[in-house]
Design a protein around this ligand. Structure first.
Ligand code: ZN
Length: 94
């Protein structure tokens, strides 16, 4: 397995051939950039043990996570953390 983190402050818009996309357990919006407020996303050559298909909607791409998640609204994240997540955050290939 070769882990590659999504570039900081980016949202992936595609996943490379032979790669799978994952994110961690931090609450996030549907357009949450990697690295903001502890949210991390990465790709690997295969799904890590314990990760399952995640239907939260983040990034609009198929991905995996360890647990069941849902995306929060930017207002909810701002309320919880004080961090505003813009809806038009930049997207880039992972
Ligand atoms: Zn997810």
């Amino acid at each position: 397995m070769t882990t590659r983190y999504v570039e900081a402050f980016r949202i992936p818009q595609s996943v490379g051939a032979g790669r799978v996309l994952m994110h961690n357990h931090i609450r996030h919006t549907i357009n949450h950039p990697n690295g903001i407020n502890g949210f991390r996303a990465w790709t690997d050559s295969k799904r890590p043990p314990g990760f399952q298909s995640c239907r939260c909607g983040w990034s609009g791409l198929p991905h995996y996570a360890r647990g069941a998640f849902k995306c929060d609204t930017p207002a909810k994240i701002k309320q919880l953390t004080g961090v505003y997540i813009p809806r038009d955050a930049k997207r880039k290939a992972a």
